[in-house]
Design a protein around this ligand. Structure first.
Ligand SMILES: *[C@@H]1O[C@H](CO)[C@@H](O)[C@H](O)[C@H]1NC(C)=O
Length: 263
């Protein structure tokens, strides 16, 4: 179990222990598609949704087929140089230094993100950054629609959230089972991306929120203690299920049956 206070303090220390950052930077977030709301910010993004993603090379998958608003596009030149390295990897996106808990993953290349100066400034034809779904971008910063771009920083981790035929050849293409469903818009997950139910762990501290580490996998606490509330009766400690040696040890009308107070 992990307290919420340690969550922010321990975040990067824990990343350093269990996950490596394979690419990071700062720049600008923009949007180019939206599966759930193709009509957004006065634009029709439905054609963009039919575009094939760069990470699926052999079986052409388009954004609609991947069906997740958490797919992110990165520097096209860089991803094209090593699809296996970047595709499907988790991206922690921060706004004003605050990491988002949305489990973003790399799935596509972004032309604008690959040209221009790697230190900015903003230039619609070339500036560093990532390209998002509109819903995800506006959840990160409500100015997304008005400004068209927002300031972000990012860390791509070596954690795989999505299997493409480029990064996981031979595997079925789709969300990594047990690795946290990439989801649509990040509503159904936990507060510590990559540490949700099904993620691998070595102790409870590796698991988000109230999840516990059970046989190396973050799991909901389903231990026997606490699953049935203790029975109440007029003589505390001598209620149903309490151990006894005679009926006199049991409250009210309970009787001692095989060493346990029973109805
Ligand atoms: C994109 O990646 C290429 C290859 O690593 C690099 O040369 C270029 O500077 C990057 N572009 C930006 C805008 O960061």
């Amino acid at each position: 179990m992990k307290g919420q206070i340690t969550a922010s303090l321990g975040f990067f220390a824990k990343l350093a222990l269990s996950q490596s950052v394979i690419y990071s930077g700062s720049g600008y977030g923009t949007y180019y598609y939206d599966i759930q709301h193709p009509q957004s910010c006065g634009q029709d993004l439905s054609v963009a949704n039919t575009g094939n993603v760069e990470c699926s090379q052999f079986i052409a998958l388009n954004l609609n087929q991947i069906n997740s608003n958490n797919l992110v596009a990165m520097n096209h030149s860089l991803i094209a140089s090593n699809l296996a390295q970047y595709c499907g990897r988790q991206v922690v996106v921060s706004v004003n230094g605050q990491p988002s808990s949305t489990p973003f993953f790399i799935g596509d290349g972004c032309e604008r993100c690959g040209t221009g100066s790697s230190t900015g400034p903003w230039n619609p034809n070339g500036a560093p950054g990532l390209d998002f779904s509109f819903s995800a971008l506006s959840a990160l910063n409500s100015n997304a629609c008005n400004n068209g771009h927002i300031d972000i920083s990012w860390q791509v981790l070596d954690t795989t959230l999505y299997n493409f035929d480029t990064n996981a050849p031979g595997q079925p293409e789709g969300p990594v089972s047990g690795g946290g469903n990439p989801g649509n818009g990040g509503g159904s997950t936990c507060t510590w991306a990559g540490h949700c139910q099904g993620a691998s762990c070595s102790s409870d501290n590796d698991c988000s929120d109230s999840l516990v580490c059970n046989s190396g996998v973050c799991s909901a606490d389903s231990g026997s203690s606490g699953s049935t509330p203790p029975a109440t009766c007029s003589w505390e400690g001598h209620c149903q299920g309490a151990s006894c040696s005679s009926d006199d040890d049991c409250s009210d009308s309970l009787v001692c049956n095989s060493g346990k107070c029973s109805p």
